[in-house]
Design a protein around this ligand. Structure first.
Ligand SMILES: C[S@@+](CC[C@H](N)C(=O)[O-])C[C@H]1O[C@@H](n2cnc3c(N)ncnc32)[C@H](O)[C@@H]1O
Length: 323
């Protein structure tokens, strides 16, 4: 492929992303879990237009997600298998989230965001993501499923790289629907956990005998009694001022601070982190950081950086202690 053709494919990649999103929303991969099916059959099962669905599936097959046979029957490829909702490292929740209209509307004002430095989601919707999701329960649920789905991709790498079992009680601050904490409680039989997030997010979550669930705002207080306070993908959602405010609230409880975040790599490296950073500008209005930038946020909040453990998934466990 020529460089121009390569670039053109990159330019058009939002179209592919949206096509995968629709396949995820329709649950195509789950419908193919037991074997090949015709596109007409899939159209009936999903209540879609047979011709349009065929065109979607043949395009995705050309990109390797499915395989089309001579009779317009489709089966799952190894790549498309990760779109099953119960795949071990499922991407289904994330794919079903990224193409939602409120997210795409935010990306559509990226130019304005780059010109002004303002958060694109707020420019597009007039309110930030957390307020928007509190007002739109279906968007909040789609986001929580996306986070749970994305967490599945990294949890094993975190446990392989860092011994969370050395703590008696871990408070997962902004822990969403508890996907990570549930996995930690399963991995370490001696561990107790507290899941803390906004009330509408943790409503109805049950973590069993060793897990407590608390609703609230981390700008006001976080539950006491943690030997470690774990914040996975929280600080990158916020600019420095809010990040320091959150960490000061956590600092008031003492204990070890554990962040799980990407760390911005040197120039020309780390495309996932740097695209993720743009996603923070567009979505919640935060940023990815270098280790030095984390260190300054820690200083301002009364912590000192103790260490940083890279993991196979590209996410780091960053440890800090009260200064
Ligand atoms: C990017 S998600 C990360 C969720 C989870 N830690 C994970 O890694 O999957 C950020 C989380 O912060 C929570 N959050 C946002 N504002 C909050 C607040 N003021 N108090 C508590 N949690 C909040 C959201 O509800 C969401 O679950």
């Amino acid at each position: 492929m020529s460089k121009a053709a390569e670039l053109r494919r990159l330019v058009n990649s939002y179209q592919l992303s949206q096509a995968i999103h629709v396949a995820a929303v329709l649950g195509i991969a789950d419908l193919l879990a037991d074997g090949p099916r015709s596109s007409d059959d899939l159209a009936e099962a999903t209540g879609t237009n047979p011709r349009a669905l065929y065109r979607l599936l043949r395009a995705l097959s050309a990109f390797g997600l499915f395989h089309e046979d001579d009779e317009r029957r489709f089966s799952l490829s190894e790549l498309g298998d990760a779109l099953r909702s119960d795949a071990p490292e499922s991407v289904a929740g994330w794919a079903a989230f990224v193409g939602r209209r409120n997210i795409r509307d935010a990306w559509s004002v990226l130019e304005e965001s780059i010109r002004t430095g303002e958060n694109a989601f707020k420019l597009a919707h007039g309110v930030g993501v957390w307020e928007y999701r509190a007002q739109h329960p279906e968007e909040s649920e789609a986001f929580d499923r996306a986070m749970a789905s994305s967490s599945q991709l990294v949890i094993r790498s975190l446990i392989d790289a860092y011994d969370f079992g050395r703590f008696g009680t871990i408070v997962d601050v902004g822990g969403g629907n508890g996907t990570l904490l549930r996995a930690l409680l399963e991995e370490y039989p001696g561990l107790n956990g507290v899941l803390f997030d906004q009330p509408h997010v943790v409503e109805g979550v049950d973590l069993g005998d060793r897990g407590r669930v608390v609703g609230g705002s981390f700008f006001e207080s976080v539950p006491e009694g943690g030997d470690a306070y774990l914040l996975k993908w929280i600080i990158h959602d916020w600019e420095d001022e809010e990040s320091v405010a959150i960490l000061r609230t956590v600092r008031a409880q003492g204990g070890t601070l554990l962040l799980v975040e990407r760390v911005v790599e040197p120039p020309n490296e780390g495309p996932e982190t740097k695209l993720g950073d743009l996603n923070m500008l567009v979505g919640p209005g935060g940023q990815e950081r270098t280790l030095d930038e984390f260190s300054s946020v820690f200083d301002a909040a009364g912590y000192e950086l103790v260490g940083e453990t890279p993991t196979a998934s590209g996410h780091h466990v960053i440890e800090a202690a009260p200064a």
